[in-house]
Design a protein around this ligand. Sequence first.
Ligand SMILES: [Zn+2]
Length: 252
Amino acid sequence: MKFALDVQNYIDTSKPLDISIPLSNNEENPKAWYVDTPVFEPVRTEHYTGSVAEGGSVNFRDIFFNPHGHGTHTECLGHITEHVHSINKTLTTFFFKANLITLNPIERENEDGELDRVITIDLLEDNMLNAEALIIRTNPNGTDKKHRNYSSTNPIYFDVECARKMIRAGVKHVLIDLPSVDRENDNGELAFHHAFWEVPENPNFERTITELVYVNDSIVDGSYILNFQLAPFENDASPSRPVLYEIEQNCI
Ligand SMILES: [Zn+2]
């Protein structure tokens, strides 16, 4: 189905570009923050089994996972506030104009003398920030990102100045292919998270951060319509499926 955006442009709903990572109980499921593989377990009692293969009438499985550590998820300021504000209450519209950009992090020495890979403000050009949603693909972009165990690997992160520049430009939703916008071990400071949500000085309930997306190389940089699909958990974060649609032009 084609949906007109205006007289000239439309999206074709039959051509979704899914940038989420599936969540499974497979060892291959990505992991971050020292969590183990998700567990999908049939409910079993003395009189009942939630497994058809084991003689039950239906498959009825408990699922144990962590939204932040096990795959694509979207979070609100409740991630860093004493009251756990809910992403289900703060994100209430689901279509946004989006820019997809690809960046090469720079290497920078940290205070322990190790080399960090960092996205700095200089890499964010003004014309990249002219959409409500900003999707950042980082290089290298191997498909192993869908299966990696990120714990203790000091992944790429964002300099705090990037958050301030994004706010000034009006970016409300940041989507990244990393386990965090902040350094893995920053002694709990979470500098970008605090700056982007302006916590505690001026808490912003509208902005979201989505982590652990995977943007296949076949999807080119440019403008898209983003459709956010979230499981309606009343929690600071929820598993999500961001879907992009190319903006196409009518032949006139
Ligand atoms: Zn998170």
